[in-house]
Write a protein that binds this ligand. Structure first.
Ligand code: ADP
Ligand code: MG
Length: 248
């Protein structure tokens, strides 16, 4: 293995995907280094969700290749459960199990997938729920929690997989405005700890703080991949200039 390969978490090459005859991903290439935070932005309908969902095989692909941690993830011989254990996914809608407490949402994967002993899983859940600021909500049911609290449980649940890669698809866009900050603070803390992440978001202030690079998508392609300083202060591409001015 070369040094580049060893330091690479995700390598996407010429990714293509169709929804029937509509080409939703039109030749996407990009790589994510270990420890890097990539923010993905772009107009609605540009293919951000589809792209991020192909990375843990929630969507099949029609062309190209995606390598995560050295494995071709669309290889038919690669067990889907092994793949998913390497990737934590946080959705826009938190998708907690409604009949399980915060603690039990977090322990589920360690118990069932990783085969962790019950006491250890419970301690892990306490640690992770404390980390996301919910040590007083261990036994709360999802319906009794605010949206921001539920999303923080969902983040703790994803972290319990101890996955080398975390994916987020608009983690704050279903939240009331006053709850956005508490969720972004948790994600920013993960970034500071060196967690490798790919985050689809429209929160541009947050993007500027956490991103090592920003991928700008439009019509199924990545138009630019740039550090935030360049993206915000000196965007070369007219489509990026328009996107940023539309946001003001
Ligand atoms: P984004 O997340 O950037 O808003 P999406 O990846 O959700 O974009 O969607 C990209 C395009 O693909 C949109 O035109 C959307 O309508 C279309 N699309 C998304 N999901 C499906 C689907 N399951 N079947 C058909 N078209 C879809
Ligand atoms: Mg989307």
């Amino acid at each position: 293995m070369t040094d580049t390969a060893r330091n690479t978490m995700v390598e996407i090459r010429d990714l293509e995907k169709y929804y029937s005859s509509f080409k939703v991903l039109d030749g996407i290439s990009g790589s994510v280094k270990k420890g890097e935070v990539i923010v993905i932005c772009g107009p609605s309908g540009s293919g951000k969700s589809t792209m991020i969902r192909t990375i843990n095989r929630l969507e099949e692909i029609d062309g190209g290749q995606i390598v995560v941690d050295g494995r071709d993830i669309h290889d038919r011989n690669y067990d889907i459960n092994q793949l998913r254990s390497k990737i934590g996914f946080v959705f826009q809608q938190f998708n907690l199990f409604p009949h399980l407490s915060a603690r039990d949402n977090v322990t589920l994967s360690p118990l069932k997938v990783a085969g962790m002993p019950a006491r250890e899983a419970s301690e892990l859940a306490e640690h992770l729920l404390q980390k996301v600021g919910l040590s007083d909500k261990l036994d709360a049911m999802p319906a009794s929690l605010s949206g921001g609290q539920q999303q923080r449980v969902a983040i703790a649940r994803a972290l319990a997989q101890n996955a080398p890669l975390m994916l987020f698809d608009e983690p704050t866009s279903a939240l009331d405005p006053e709850m956005v900050g508490e969720v972004l603070t948790v994600i920013q803390q993960l970034a500071e700890e060196g967690q490798t992440m790919m985050i689809v978001t429209h929160e541009m202030g947050f993007a500027g703080k956490v991103a090592d690079r920003i991928w700008f998508m439009d019509r199924g392609r990545i138009l630019t991949q740039s550090p935030p300083g360049e993206f915000f202060n000196n965007p070369e591409h007219p489509r990026v200039q328009k996107f940023l001015s539309d946001m003001l």
